[in-house]
Design a protein around this ligand. Structure first.
Ligand code: HEC
Length: 111
């Protein structure tokens, strides 16, 4: 690699590891807004603003992958089992860590 390309590469990797909020917004609007509300304020499903948005990443990711809440209780239908069906457009693949980080980062933008 030419020396002057190195800072650009470091910059790129730095951005790649940070959460992508617009991507999280797109996932949210396609998969969650219908039940949890356009601003995650709650509708058929509970609000995701505040407490859920602030769950430790491991707990938030477990909720989406294993359908368990922060206390380990099973999340009941109609909450979809995302770990089994995958997000829309993901062809049934379980959500990735990056997708879940982006999604939670978007939920944190609501007050
Ligand atoms: C078809 C409606 C529906 C859709 C779509 C949906 N949810 Fe839910 N969600 C629910 C319902 C209903 C509950 C409550 C389930 C329960 O308490 O057993 C819930 C519960 C949750 C909880 C647990 C909240 C808590 O306080 O324990 C989280 C987290 C959650 N949903 C996130 C999401 C995310 C993120 C998406 C989009 C990827 C999504 N949901 C899409 C209906 C839905």
């Amino acid at each position: 690699m030419r020396p002057y390309l190195l800072p650009a590469a470091v910059l790129f990797l730095g951005f790649a590891s940070a959460a992508n909020v617009p991507h999280g917004k797109a996932i949210y609007q396609t998969n969650c807004a219908g039940c949890h509300g356009a601003k995650a304020q709650g509708n058929i499903g509970p609000t995701l603003v505040g407490e859920v948005a602030g769950w430790a990443p491991a707990l938030f990711q477990r909720a989406l992958l294993k359908s368990l809440d922060d206390k380990g209780a099973m999340l009941k239908a109609p909450m979809p089992q995302w770990g089994k069906i995958g997000f829309k457009g993901d062809k049934g693949k379980a959500p990735t860590t990056a997708e879940l980080q982006d999604l939670q980062a978007y939920l944190k933008t609501f007050k």
